[in-house]
Design a protein. Structure first.
Length: 60
């Protein structure tokens, strides 16, 4: 899944096994991941459409 890192100003492709699908307080699905790039820990967050969330949950 692609995430955009604001600090690095580039898109990153994250493996599906490193992504956690969560539900926001308003009911929207979202994905979050934590990765280490060049020794720095980066937290990534992406709001998903319902179809994207269903597709990612079926793959796990």
């Amino acid at each position: 899944m692609k995430f955009y890192n604001v600090k690095l100003k580039k898109s990153l492709d994250i493996n599906e096994n490193e992504i956690e699908i969560i539900t926001l307080s308003n009911g929207r699905p979202a994905a979050k991941a934590e990765i280490i790039i060049d020794g720095e820990n980066h937290k990534l967050f992406k709001i998903l459409s319902k179809t994207e969330a269903e597709k990612n949950q079926k793959q796990k």
